[in-house]
Design a protein around this ligand. Structure first.
Ligand code: FE2
Length: 320
């Protein structure tokens, strides 16, 4: 016996795509379910092979669009791509700052850090509504730092590598594109998700316009994992583990301009009253299930079982 095609032997409550409970098993399928038995549901969109979730309560007309940071995803003839994913025992801001820091590659990464000089030229960055972009030319690594097929392709001495880097707070994603030489480039497109204050998850695509045969994937993946381990050895041990509350609490230099842009972007939106108050959250979480409010909760704020997360007040972060 079914109701609306549903098995009545279900052992769990059932919910529809809007988050409304449609079945309480102990009440049976004929029993009406009160409206209050519902959970927040969030808008989703598929793009770049992933499902993107908008974790917020803005109506559709006010939601920012997923950034167009990886158009090469559709160009499967020109770019061969492989997926990767990893976690860090690090706060999401610290984790992202690691990727945006163009100076660290010179001394953290064996294969693509330059052993010639750590000095970088300073290049102006372009700020965007939700992020920033920079293109930097830096000293290239020596040919003997490369291994495998990359060593063959880059056996001739090079002076520089050009790296374009762009991030967006929407989706908390970034694109890093080094161009090794004319016609030889790769893109790392990565999105991050906070798990909690001290753990983060990353997923990404690496696309390359060289060595496009799948037989080279294993070597490229091995190099990605080496670079990840090198980054984690730094970002998981950085002190303090959370980004300081103001720019003057650390000594930031000119080549930290992307990290500064990232912090300012985070604080800009935090100042709208969109930042979770984590101290209150941890206290309230001891005896409450707390959820990020959804568009439905904003439109109909009464009659919810779970409470909304506590937010910091408007203007609680440094301004411009
Ligand atoms: Fe790195």
């Amino acid at each position: 016996m079914t109701k609306a095609g549903r098995s009545v032997s279900a052992e769990c409550a059932e919910f529809n795509g809007s988050g409304q409970c449609t079945l309480i098993p102990s009440h049976g399928p004929e029993s009406a379910v009160p409206k209050r038995v519902r959970v927040d549901s969030y808008p989703t969109q598929e793009k770049y092979g992933w499902v993107w979730v908008f974790l917020g309560d803005l109506p559709e007309s006010e939601r920012p669009k997923i950034p167009e940071l990886f158009p090469e995803y559709e160009d499967t003839a020109g770019w061969h791509r492989i997926p990767y994913g990893f976690e860090a025992k690090a706060n999401w801001m610290r984790f992202e700052e690691n990727s945006l820091d163009t100076a660290h590659t010179q001394f953290v990464h064996r294969a693509f850090g330059s052993k010639r000089t750590p000095k970088l030229e300073n290049f102006p960055i372009e700020t965007r509504e939700w992020g920033a972009k920079v293109t930097r030319t830096k000293p290239a690594p020596k040919p003997d730092q490369k291994t495998g097929k990359m060593a063959e392709l880059l056996s001739v001495e090079r002076r520089t590598t050009t790296v374009t880097l762009e991030f967006s707070l929407v989706g908390l994603c970034h694109r890093i594109q080094p161009t090794f030489k004319e016609g030889m480039s790769q893109i790392n497109f990565t999105a991050r998700t906070p798990i909690d204050q001290k753990r983060s998850r990353a997923i990404g695509w690496q696309a390359r316009n060289y060595l496009k045969e799948p037989e080279h994937d294993a070597e490229r993946m091995a190099q990605i994992l080496i670079a990840v381990e090198e980054d984690l050895s730094v970002v998981e041990t950085v002190v303090p583990p959370l980004t300081p509350p103001s720019l003057t609490d650390e000594f930031l230099v000119e080549t930290d301009s992307m990290e500064v842009a990232f912090r300012k972007a985070c604080w800009k939106w935090a100042n709208k009253g969109w930042e979770i108050d984590m101290d209150k959250f941890e206290e309230l979480s001891k005896s409450n299930v707390l959820v990020i409010p959804s568009p439905e909760r904003r439109a109909d704020p009464k009659n919810w079982v779970h409470k909304s997360i506590p937010l910091k007040p408007v203007g609680s972060r440094p301004g411009e």
